[in-house]
Ligand binder design. Structure first.
Ligand code: ZN
Length: 123
């Protein structure tokens, strides 16, 4: 039996016979996922709170990354808010702690501070 789900404004998702995968393009807020606008709003709130006025935000398909002037979040990381916000804070940590050894102890200390400040009791 093949069934489909369709929500307003979102293409139908097929699953059942002949389908062992579900693929969803996340342009809109779907199943509680953050969309690009919501992700940018969270980023802007954190950026402004940290006083990083000229630091930018963008969406990519090439993997989330921190560049010298902005972070790019992969559209595949536009998922549940806890995941997307963690990715944003992760990439921001690379900017805040540029001299920290990549993903080392100091990186994680800075990252944990951001998680405590912007996610604890919020997500
Ligand atoms: Zn990283």
């Amino acid at each position: 039996m093949v069934r489909s789900i369709q929500a307003k404004g979102i293409p139908p998702i097929g699953y059942g016979e002949g389908s062992n995968k579900m693929t969803v393009r996340i342009d809109e807020n779907n199943m509680g996922n953050m969309n690009a606008k919501q992700a940018e709003e969270f980023f802007n709130m954190v950026r402004d709170d940290l006083g990083l006025k000229d630091f930018g935000f963008g969406i990519t398909t090439a993997g989330s990354i921190c560049l010298p002037d902005k972070i790019l979040i992969d559209e595949r990381d536009l998922q549940y808010p806890w995941h997307t916000k963690h990715m944003i804070l992760h990439e921001l940590t690379h900017h805040i702690a540029p001299n920290a050894k990549l993903h080392g102890t100091r990186f994680h200390m800075e990252y944990a501070n951001l998680v405590l400040r912007y996610l604890a009791g919020v997500v």
